[in-house]
Write a protein that binds this ligand. Structure first.
Ligand code: ADP
Length: 927
């Protein structure tokens, strides 16, 4: 049998150890260790079931020193008490017949202080990693370096004691060993730094001590491997010839294999992007005779037998398999049988596949999970043809459904299909099939087409569900029972749905628009919260009390104090709630009216709205929560003084009743309802709105019909910086990032970081009623939103400020002196002219310079229905309307007379979660 395919041929390593075949389970982070790095029993079982037919298992990296863990849940080999647990892993693997190798490492400067009790990470030099928010490490002294080498030696000794067949020295992934070899991170001037030879000393010393330990304590067949990242993108950085040089030196000392750390087998250079030659080819061509004697492991993208065979044909001696081994514990057996495999994991198979919980939630695995009909939604199996019609796009798709899932989507052949569209289609098809839901992220750059396709798939599902009901002898328009109905799919509605589901309720989300996300999609800046762990990590001092006082001041003291307190108190928990669901808002900035950086946003500083909705929808899909699009709630039903459900109308104008004990109204505000805005604020006639079309306030009127009271209805916020031709909002993060506002005369006229109401009033008071928001390239680089504005075509840019002034029809000298004066304020961190104290981040002096013409637009309706701190809707006598809940912009009182930037996202998440929890509990108690 083993002769049928070269991948099953044995391989004798340079030290004489024999691997029974060419297949290796790649070392992969599982995040499944205890807090102190001890092995868990889940982890032992995970490895046990994956060992057997595969020749070798390389166990995930194990840190050798207590400042070494590079991720939460990492396992350790930093002290003797870890040997016992590791021995269980080694034994589990070997008892199944595979070789067990343990990878050892130290994260160096890649370690987050939070993972090492707030201590400063260590590295060759005190230079932070080139990534946002990276901590500047402490440079190891020469003595520390010697100690570190001994610690690697101790770790090898422990691995031997634990019974491993070998160790893999982790010289890759920009961890400590690589940091020593890199001219970027190692700028030492002692014997451990300097030229390439000097920088190679640390990896070589680690290898030496490994040999010494093996010679003293292990059998001659103890395997020693070395993993390397072939290149670094940084300048200066490791280049491929440096790597070959190092590997050759290591080979001279003796190695049993070298192991590429790359994402795909045939990856070309990441530095020389013009050269398509796979690095393995270069490796084969450049290696010395000495290095050629050492087997090389390839990795990346191996799923099927043919992939593994291709790896060997390309010149690798061994092939490491990652994700496929997670998805298929018996992967080797399957490929021997020639099973065609796909990288999917059914969502109900976690236990059957022995995948530890933390690994299941890890992004690598999470992306492979395919939903299976957990809540029993039923379709009539068959092929459903749907039209896709959107702007220039006119085509048909076939959606194939099984009784509980989407099994395929195909394009009905048509001459008009172009290649760009087919690739969009393929990518979206893949996303929909993996999520088994049409609610997936749109393909970047093809949003309209993606939305049209998603809509068509949604329709097929609706049609087929209805046909299923008919087939079963039922009436598709008959009432359906739920515990909780959520109206609106913005941030508040989705957070509510997830929480209510997790409380055990049967929920449905109703959305009148064809897309999920509501106005939340447009949220740009972030989510405010005080006393969060992210603030703590960044050393930002803040207090809930200060946040409360500043919000109250910003809201002109009109905020409902009880709601505001609740909001402030729950905000940090809401940040954690999101993080636990994979939505990390770990970068922090500031908005107008706040004195402290407390606006949490995605690590890469993209707009918060899309990021938030995408993450929430992922959670919705994982729970198989039903979302009905293009379905509008027309009435909330009341029976004996309590809510009994809703009446919905779908896109075919079919109406039906959904029974529910709890109804959460999360329909957003009414900024896009001109009549309603003018009813409360006639002077706002003529203003554009920043809101999406669905912001019509229908939730308010439906709740009023069942007796709800309203508050602050005339408190309508203008956002000061709206581009008028597109109604596009220019995020406060641009000013928060350091931009200024100037009049047509080229002069600043106000503190840009004042609250929105005041800044808007000052712009309106200018003779032109508009202003230029001006920023430089530093601001652009730190705020991704600006690239979006540039792409939209409404940003005017020029290489110098003088050229910009000419384009804006401003006297260049005036603009220059405005910038000079502002830059002087940045220097002194105080603005003598207008008292700006925050976001004086850096002088505006790095071209290109940018400008956007802005005026205020209707942005947020602070008023809405009255609720109590439980999110229960109150009537005009301040009594609870049983079963009616409201969260998000539909509810009034929290923001008083003016909403602070960053408080809307906090509001929807805090009260979304709360309403979901309370509505579910109420429904459970009122069967
Ligand atoms: P929030 O920020 O409070 O979550 P959003 O504006 O983001 O509010 O979301 C509210 C959602 O509710 C929008 O997507 C809107 O289309 C939807 N919506 C409004 N009225 C209705 C209705 N009567 N039936 C169904 N959906 C509605």
């Amino acid at each position: 049998m083993s002769m049928l395919t070269p991948i099953l041929n044995p391989l004798t390593l340079p030290n004489g150890a024999v691997l029974k075949n060419r297949l290796v389970m790649a070392p992969m982070t599982t995040c499944t260790g205890f807090y102190d790095g001890t092995v868990t029993s889940e982890l032992v079982e995970y490895y046990r079931v994956r060992a057997g037919s595969i020749g070798t298992v390389i166990v995930e990296c194990c840190y050798i020193d207590n400042r070494g863990p590079a991720f939460p849940g990492a396992i350790a080999i930093d002290s003797d008490n870890k040997i016992h647990g590791l021995a269980k892993i080694a034994h589990a693997i070997k008892s199944q017949g595979s070789k067990a190798i343990l990878q050892i490492y130290h994260g160096g400067r890649m370690v987050e202080p939070a993972l090492i009790g707030g201590k400063t990470p260590v590295a060759p030099s005190a230079i932070a990693a080139p990534r946002e928010g990276a901590t500047t490490p402490q440079a190891l002294t020469a003595e520390d370096v010697e100690t570190m080498i001994t610690k690697f030696g101790d770790a090898v000794n422990r691995a031997i004691k634990a019974g491993f067949d070998g160790v893999e020295i982790h010289g890759a992934n920009t961890y400590l060993i690589q940091q020593f070899f890199s001219p970027n991170s190692n700028q030492r001037t002692d014997q451990w730094g300097g030229d390439r030879d000097q920088r190679a000393r640390f990896p070589l010393a680690v290898l030496d001590i490994t040999h010494q330990m093996a010679e003293r304590f292990a059998s001659p067949s103890f395997i020693i491997g070395y993993r390397f990242s072939p290149e670094e993108i940084e300048v200066p950085g490791i280049r491929f010839d440096d790597t070959i040089y190092l590997l050759d030196k290591l080979a001279e000392r003796g190695l049993d294999y070298v192991h590429f750390s790359v994402g795909s087998l045939l990856r070309p250079s990441i530095v020389d992007t013009q050269d398509p030659t796979p690095l393995i080819k270069k490796f084969l061509a450049m290696r010395s005779a000495r290095l050629a004697k050492i087997p090389v492991i390839g990795v990346g993208g191996v799923v099927n037998k043919s992939d593994a065979e291709m790896a060997l044909e390309s010149g690798y001696d061994l092939v490491a398999v990652g994700k496929a081994c997670i998805a298929y514990p018996d992967w080797t057996d399957r490929i021997i049988k020639n099973d065609p495999l796909e990288l999917y994991i059914d969502s109900n198979k976690r236990e059957a596949l022995t995948i530890p919980e933390p690994l299941w939630r890890f992004s690598l695995v999470d992306a492979m999970i395919r939903e299976v009909g957990a809540t029993g939604r039923k379709y009539k199996a068959g092929v459903y043809q749907e039209k896709v019609e959107e702007e220039a796009l006119k085509l048909k798709i076939n959606v194939t459904l099984d009784t509980d899932r989407i099994t395929d989507i195909s394009l009905v052949p048509d001459d008009s299909l172009d290649i760009d569209f087919t690739s969009t289609f393929e990518s979206l098809r893949e996303r929909i099939l993996v999520a088994n839901s049409p609610h997936v992220d749109a393909i970047t750059g093809a949003t309209t087409q993606s939305e049209a396709l998603k809509k068509a798939v949604s329709r097929a599902l609706t049609t087929s569900s209805k046909e299923h009901v008919i087939e079963e002898g039922g009436n598709p328009n008959a009432p359906v029972n739920y515990d909780v109905v959520i109206i609106g799919s913005g941030g508040a509605g989705l957070a509510a749905a997830i929480q209510a589901h997790d409380e055990g309720a049967h929920v449905v989300v109703i959305e009148k628009m064809p897309v999920i996300g509501g106005n939340t999609m447009k949220a740009s800046i972030g989510m405010n919260a005080a006393e969060t762990r992210y603030q703590q990590q960044k050393g930002i001092e803040d207090s809930k009390e200060l946040f409360y006082q500043e919000t109250l001041k910003g809201g002109k003291n009109k905020n409902n104090p009880a709601l505001l307190r609740e909001f402030i108190n729950l905000a940090p928990e809401a940040i954690d709630w999101l993080a636990e669901r994979g939505i990390e808002l770990s970068d922090i900035t500031i908005t107008g009216g706040m004195s402290v950086d407390r606006t949490h946003r995605p690590e890469d500083r993209t707009a918060v709205g899309g990021f938030l909705i995408s993450g929430l929808v992922k959670n919705i899909n994982q729970r198989d929560i039903e979302v009905l699009l293009e379905t509008s709630v027309s009435e909330i039903l009341l029976e004996n003084g309590a809510v009994s459900g809703v009446k919905v109308v779908d896109e075919y104008n079919d109406s039906r009743i959904l029974n529910a004990k709890s109804v959460i109204v999360a329909t957003g505000g009414f900024s896009a309802n001109r009549e309603m805005v003018l009813q409360y604020r006639p002077e706002l006639d003529g203003y554009v709105t920043t809101n999406h079309k669905g912001a019509t306030g229908s939730g308010i009127s439906m709740l009023q019909k069942i007796g709800a009271d309203t508050v602050d209805m005339s408190e309508i916020q203008l956002h000061p910086t709206v581009e008028q031709t597109t109604s596009y909002l220019v995020s406060e993060s641009i000013r928060g990032g350091g931009a200024i506002l100037v009049s047509q005369r080229g002069e600043r006229f106000f503190n840009e970081m004042e609250t929105r109401d005041k800044v808007s009033a000052e712009i309106i008071a200018l003779p032109e009623k508009n202003a230029w928001i001006i920023f430089d390239d530093q601001v652009r680089r730190n705020n991704k939103a600006s690239d979006e504005y540039i792409a939209k075509g409404f940003v005017i840019s020029a290489a110098t400020s003088a050229e910009l002034a000419v384009k804006l029809n401003i006297v260049p000298e005036t603009l220059q002196s405005t910038l000079d004066r502002f830059n002087q304020f940045v220097e002194q961190q105080y603005d003598d002219d207008f008292g700006r104290k925050t976001a004086l981040r850096h002088p505006l002096n790095q071209g290109p310079y940018y400008a956007i013409l802005v005026s205020p637009g209707v942005h947020h309706t602070m008023g809405g229905v009255t609720i109590n701190t439980d999110t229960a809707v109150l009537d005009t006598h301040k009594q609870v309307i049983n079963g009616a809940w409201a969260a998000g912009e539909v509810a009034g009182g929290i923001h008083g007379g003016n909403r602070i930037g960053g408080n809307a996202v906090a509001d929807i998440i805090v009260f979304g979660i709360k309403s979901g929890r309370n509505a579910a509990i109420y429904a459970k108690n009122h069967p």
